[in-house]
Design a protein around this ligand. Structure first.
Ligand code: ADP
Ligand code: ZN
Length: 509
């Protein structure tokens, strides 16, 4: 029916469990093949399977794909007019459907519940099950009520699926959906063929160009940017450089978007320059690289976006450049967003985790997998840290100087001014604030401005310093800075390369 020569592990076990009536909780990375796990049991078991899915666009894609295979599938959501919805309901009642996709808010309406009483479902599949988690940003009130399904239909097996893996979310899903009896299936998040590379942004366009010219001249790939403006600019610039580059973001006409997406899927060597709007449901196996010109907001986002590379199992690159300005921009966006204080705090933690991944000097894959609670005892050998070990230096004294400059200037100034103070630069701003009389003035001449910038960036990334976006990027001290200033902690810093290309040459630490 589906045309695959074999199952991917552990699809068969899941299909067996569900088919014999057991519950299952499936944690599998995006692209791993979750849908098959309920689609086959839906065909094997008596009656129609109900699939709860929060994303209308994906629902439609899946149903169309199933119909093309000859599976009797349909969906019910707010995009349908009343008569279409009624005729689908009739098909369902008349036993002419194998799979029915339903939006969560619709499933729990009295009308639907009454219909469910008439035709016992083959199973319930709850996709994107992490939406029950109040911690995640995908939280959906409706998902909480899905536990009712179990109370009303205790004999119908359920499968909950998600790509969000951390232990806390997993536990929440099991609790909230009353899946205490469910078998858990955890699939590794490792994508061994993806080489992770993260470099310091100094001249992003030149860096990207070098990366593409040296390593991906004819390849299909995705370049992610944060804003639509940057997407447009980057796409036309890459086109000027001779690449088949096309923009993709929510601000483009639907036709253009569909067209560009089609070309990306069908033609060889197309580069899509996109905001994160691109990628949901895109399934192109031979994407050879994913490049980020801006820092993703979370490790989850980074993993998802980079995960679109190398689905065919062949070598692929996940390439990212970032700088302190990225952190400031993302913090600004977060401050200006609508969320509650606790939401903002949570997002700040997530951003810090992403920064941590950028700044570590050890294996990226180990850190990435550890974030998803998957521990590896060996470095991977296929990331920039492993391939070209980073030199570190004892930055304890520099960190103390950097932080005392922040303290002495009353935590009111940004990086550039702090560096002027440390390096003893005599300029108007220094004189106006009387900073040339501070004890820290000129104590940092041994390092140049670029090196100081690197020190500050790493101190921010490690949470010793924070950026006050309301005050134009002023740095202020965090509680943890105290121990450093007292000399109680040793600080090892990355030695930033002079030119920040991440070449695959091995150099000694
Ligand atoms: P997920 O929901 O986990 O992101 P999907 O169910 O959409 O993943 O599947 C991702 C891709 O993998 C799809 O293109 C699907 O056709 C393909 N796929 C799933 N199972 C298999 C299999 N056993 N063999 C080959 N391809 C598969
Ligand atoms: Zn590694």
């Amino acid at each position: 029916m589906f045309g695959y020569p074999e199952f991917r592990s552990p699809q068969l076990e899941i299909i067996n469990a569900l088919s014999r009536g057991d519950d299952a909780l499936v944690i599998m990375p995006t692209g791993g093949g979750k849908s098959l796990c309920y689609q086959i049991p839906a065909l094997l078991r008596q009656g129609c399977a109900i699939v709860v899915s929060p994303l209308i666009a994906l629902m439609q894609d899946q149903v169309e794909a199933l119909q093309q295979l000859g599976v009797r599938a349909a969906f019910l959501n707010s995009s349908l007019d009343l008569s279409t919805a009624r005729s689908i309901e009739q098909d369902w009642l008349d036993n002419r459907l194998d799979l029915l996709y339903v939006a969560p808010e619709r499933l729990l309406q009295p009308r639907m519940l009454a219909l469910l009483e008439q035709v016992t479902p083959a199973l319930f599949a709850i996709d994107e099950a992490h939406c029950v988690s109040q911690w995640g940003h995908d939280f959906r009130e409706d998902y909480l009520q899905l536990s009712e399904l179990h109370q009303r239909f205790p004999d119908v097996p359920r499968i909950a699926l998600t790509a969000t893996a951390d232990a806390r979310t997993r536990q929440e899903i099991a609790e909230r959906l009353k899946l205490s009896e469910a078998q858990h299936f955890l699939v590794s998040f490792d994508r061994p063929n993806i080489c992770y590379r993260i470099a310091l942004k100094d001249n992003p366009r030149a860096q990207l160009l070098r990366f593409l010219r040296d390593e991906h001249m004819q390849d299909a790939g995705i370049v992610y940017c944060l804003s639509r403006k940057r997407v447009n600019e980057t796409a036309s610039w890459l086109a000027d450089q001779g690449f088949k580059a096309l923009p993709y973001h929510a601000g483009l006409p639907a036709e253009t978007r569909a067209d560009n997406q089609r070309r990306f899927l069908r033609e060889d060597g197309v580069i899509i320059v996109a905001t994160i709007a691109f990628g949901m449901g895109i399934d192109k196996p031979d994407v050879r690289f994913v490049a980020h010109l801006d820092l993703p907001k979370t490790v989850e986002a980074y993993y998802q976006e980079t995960g679109r590379a190398g689905r065919d199992g062949q070598a692929a690159d996940a390439w990212l450049v970032y700088g302190l300005q990225d952190v400031i921009t993302l913090r600004q966006m977060l401050e200006q967003s609508q969320g509650s204080d606790s939401y903002k705090r949570e997002e700040q933690h997530r951003l810090n985790a992403m920064l941590g991944l950028c700044e570590i000097t050890t294996c990226r894959r180990q850190a990435l997998l550890a974030y998803f609670d998957e521990l590896r005892d060996k470095p991977c050998g296929n990331c920039d840290s492993c391939l070209s070990p980073v030199a570190t230096w004892n930055g304890t004294e520099a960190a103390q100087m950097a932080m005392s400059a922040v303290y002495r200037t009353e935590q009111r100034f940004g990086v550039n001014h702090l560096i002027d103070v440390l390096r003893g630069t005599e300029n108007d701003k220094v004189f106006q604030n009387d900073h040339h009389h501070l004890p820290t003035f000129g104590v940092g001449k041994a390092l140049d401005a670029r090196q100081w910038r690197s020190v500050y960036r790493q101190l921010v990334a490690r949470g010793y310093l924070s950026v006050d976006v309301a005050r134009f990027g002023a740095l202020y001290l965090q509680e943890s800075a105290r121990a450093v200033l007292r000399g109680e902690v040793e600080i090892l810093l990355r030695q930033d390369p002079k030119t920040s290309s991440a070449k695959r040459t091995t150099k000694n630490a």
